[in-house]
Design a protein around this ligand. Structure first.
Ligand SMILES: C[S@@+](CC[C@H](N)C(=O)[O-])C[C@H]1O[C@@H](n2cnc3c(N)ncnc32)[C@H](O)[C@@H]1O
Length: 307
């Protein structure tokens, strides 16, 4: 179905995505990413390492004994994490073409702070930050994960007399795929051949342009590194790329991780740019890319840049 663009170019930049100096203004057509999720424990360390303000607030929290002050400090850490991510959304806005789209996969977080169960609605914060930057919010997708156990007082299981109201919490079994646009819809020539060659089927349209997606994670097939970095299943970027870009476009993933977006986009004849802070992922990214391109006639060039 997709136009066989014969040559594509793929750049992985190992460096901080808050200043994407390798990318010109208004040169990217689509951004797809999944950032570290604020207030999800597995990402605490990396947020601290990459942002001094977050680290010093965390030190204060470790010293603080007063419960009210501790709750306030956690709220300030949460704010600071979103201020940190907002720098990437701002850079994304700069590099997107007019009509370019940003798709952000994000989950909300729950956490107990001094015995108090709290929800950190990350998707709300990202929408608010992006609107301040100048993005327009479009209808979003709820990615429904296979259901885990319902929550009782913050624990992933019913405890004791688990049918009694009112203290159980709704289980978080969806993540969000936020869809935001810079400016007005992209313009194309009438009957643009690349656009027509990139079209999806009616059946695909009916399945994809609906608000709830049940895409299975396939955790059992992921390597340890992919699990550790919470890689998304290929089906997620694959659908988004086909829905929101045409062959030959440039797709950016500023939190590239193990290179899922790059692999899938290159397979779909899109050019890519990815930013990643962890240099150790190079061999995995390269291996996944080669799985797709070795022995194929379409030329796909992969380049690693260190900043
Ligand atoms: C949730 S993971 C992305 C997983 C990816 N979607 C995949 O399928 O493998 C987030 C990634 O962002 C990277 N990262 C975090 N902060 C970064 C920064 N400031 N600059 C570049 N990469 C960053 C992390 O190292 C991690 O690999």
């Amino acid at each position: 179905m997709n136009d066989p663009v014969l040559e594509t170019r793929h750049r992985v930049i190992f460096g901080d995505n808050k200043r994407m100096l390798d990318i010109e203004n208004e040169s990217v057509h689509l951004m797809i990413t999944s950032p570290p999720y604020p207030m999800i424990e597995m990402w605490d360390k990396q947020f601290r390492e990459l942002d001094d303000q977050i680290d010093s607030l965390w030190h204060e929290l470790e010293e603080e004994l007063n419960n009210t002050r501790r709750q306030e400090l956690v709220s300030r850490i949460y704010d600071a994490m979103h201020d940190d991510l907002a720098k990437v959304w701002k850079e994304t806005h700069r590099v997107l073409v007019d009509g370019g789209l940003a798709c952000i996969n994000i989950g909300d977080a729950t956490r107990k702070v001094n015995g108090v169960f709290r929800l950190f609605p990350n998707h709300v914060r990202i929408v608010e930050q992006c609107e301040k930057i100048g993005f327009f919010t479009l209808p979003y997708i709820l990615w429904k994960k296979p259901t885990t156990k319902p929550m009782y007082k913050g624990k992933g299981a019913f405890l004791g007399s688990g049918m009694l109201p009112p203290n159980a919490y709704v289980t978080i079994d969806c993540e969000f795929i936020l869809i935001l646009r810079k400016g007005s819809p992209r313009q194309f020539k009438r009957k643009d051949p690349t656009r027509y060659a990139s079209r999806y089927t009616k059946e695909e349209r009916d399945r994809w342009f609906t608000q709830i997606w049940e895409v299975i994670g396939m955790k059992q097939y992921l390597s340890e590194v992919e699990k550790r970095v919470a890689a998304f299943p290929e089906e997620i970027p694959s659908r988004l790329i086909r829905m929101f870009s045409v062959a030959g476009d440039i797709v950016l993933d500023p939190f590239l991780g193990t290179g899922t977006t790059l692999k899938v986009a290159s397979e779909l004849s899109r050019n890519t740019i990815g930013y990643e802070i962890e240099r150790r992922f190079r061999s995995l990214i390269e291996r996944r890319f080669n799985e797709v391109h070795t022995g194929k006639s379409a030329k796909a060039e992969l380049e690693f840049i260190y900043r």
